[in-house]
Design a protein around this ligand. Structure first.
Ligand code: NAD
Length: 356
């Protein structure tokens, strides 16, 4: 199969490297709007072009990966769907809810494959929680907490602008609200998010939140996010990213509490643990029953598993199968992201039914 990348920056380069390890991929065509990207992409030993039509009019190219900046997702996806392509589009689906809805509706109307890049649903850390939940080991998940401390983004990039990125929830936090939705298996009905004045002075989007959301089945989730304290990540290529960020102020973890047990993930500590509840005459007991870790060489399978996601998407398109996560499901995560931003702006609880 011949596959194209639309908008081939840093993420596009990752997908190119994954496609090179994907059975059934015979050729890769990378497209980017910036002419100066072309020689850089050619160094990766792929065909490269600035001409979108060259991709869209190629009848032997059934699948495109959209890894452009967020502000271009909608137009590129609509053009690719109109050309009859199967589409994988990075999160966030779009920078506005109206654009995201139009993309989902267009894929459904045309009956075309359309998957959004929530690769954490392929990552072993998080599929393990889903397995434990489905095996009944956690009972009903009633409460989850995600805490995330990160360093500042660089100055002058599109991510800092709400108009270009669609704001922080879509660009960065969408993964971390998608997971509780997936684990709990119920829809969010309302969200309250509060942001203090920004920590990073040049960011146009909020850089800190406490967000709480309630599900239709009564469960609640909370997300704490702050930029600033974590040491500036200078990307030493000789060191593993997780090792480099461990103990330097970066933090990312989850607590997942159910009616029969609980689980905890410490991403930078490469640990996940599980507890099982019991009943004794004087108390409800909790026993620590699982303690899992992994080899650093497997970080990519446990953390951001874009390799398995890319390979699964190619296989599904080749075999005529639907996306692993229906676009409607990803759209509901996008609704939650826009609701959280609305709440942080207005200071009120936002009902999900208002965000359509
Ligand atoms: N799933 C994840 O964990 C994850 C991680 C990183 C980035 N991403 C997503 O990947 C996307 C790209 O992020 P990045 O870090 O690679 O950004 P980047 O700035 O490095 O690359 C974006 C590229 O898109 C190109 N582009 C912009 N408008 C275009 C258009 N109209 N047509 C063609 N090309 C266009 C730019 O020239 C640039 O090369 C974003 O949507 C981001 O949210 C996802």
């Amino acid at each position: 199969m011949k596959v194209a990348i639309l908008g081939a920056g840093a993420m596009g380069e990752s997908v190119i490297s994954h496609l090179k390890e994907t059975p059934g991929v015979e050729a890769i065509l990378a497209q980017d709007i910036r002419p100066e990207r072309i020689p850089e992409l050619e160094k990766l030993e792929v065909e490269a072009t600035t001409d979108l039509d060259r991709v869209l009019k190629d009848d032997n190219l059934p699948l495109v990966f959209i890894t452009s900046s967020n502000f271009a997702h909608h137009d590129l996806a609509m053009a690719a769907l109109a050309a009859g392509k199967a589409v994988m589009c990075e999160k966030p689906m779009a920078t506005t809810i109206a654009d995201a809805r139009e993309m989902v509706e267009e894929s459904e109307r045309r009956g075309l494959f359309f998957q959004i890049g929530f690769e954490l649903r392929y990552s072993k850390l998080y599929t393990k929680i889903k397995e434990w939940a489905e095996a009944g080991l956690l009972g009903d998940i009633v409460n989850t907490h995600c805490y995330y401390g990160s360093s500042a983004w660089n100055k002058g990039i599109w991510r800092n602008s709400a108009e270009l990125s669609g704001a922080m929830f879509g660009e960065k936090l969408s993964h971390y609200v998608d997971l509780p939705r997936w684990w709990i298996g119920s829809e969010v009905t309302e969200v309250y998010a509060a942001s203090a004045p920004n920590i990073v002075p040049y960011m146009e989007v909020h850089d800190n939140y406490h967000a709480t959301y309630r599900f239709a089945n009564g469960a609640v989730s909370h997300l704490t996010f702050m930029m600033g304290q974590a040491a500036t990540f200078r990307g030493d290529p000789l060191q593993n990213v997780i090792d480099q960020q461990l103990g330097d102020g970066h933090s990312l973890g989850y607590t997942v509490v159910g009616t029969k047990g609980a689980a905890e993930i410490a991403v930078f500590g490469r640990h996940m643990r599980r507890w099982e509840y019991g009943d004794e005459s004087d108390t409800m007991t909790s026993d620590w029953v699982d303690d899992l870790t992994w080899d650093p060489a497997e970080d990519h399978l446990y953390y951001h598993n874009t390799l398995s996601q890319t390979q699964d998407i190619v296989r599904r398109v080749a075999e005529g199968l639907p996306p692993m996560t229906p676009a409607r499901d990803a759209f509901d995560t996008m609704r939650l992201c826009f609701a959280a931003e609305q709440s942080a702006e207005t200071g009120r609880v936002v009902k999900l039914e208002e965000v359509v």
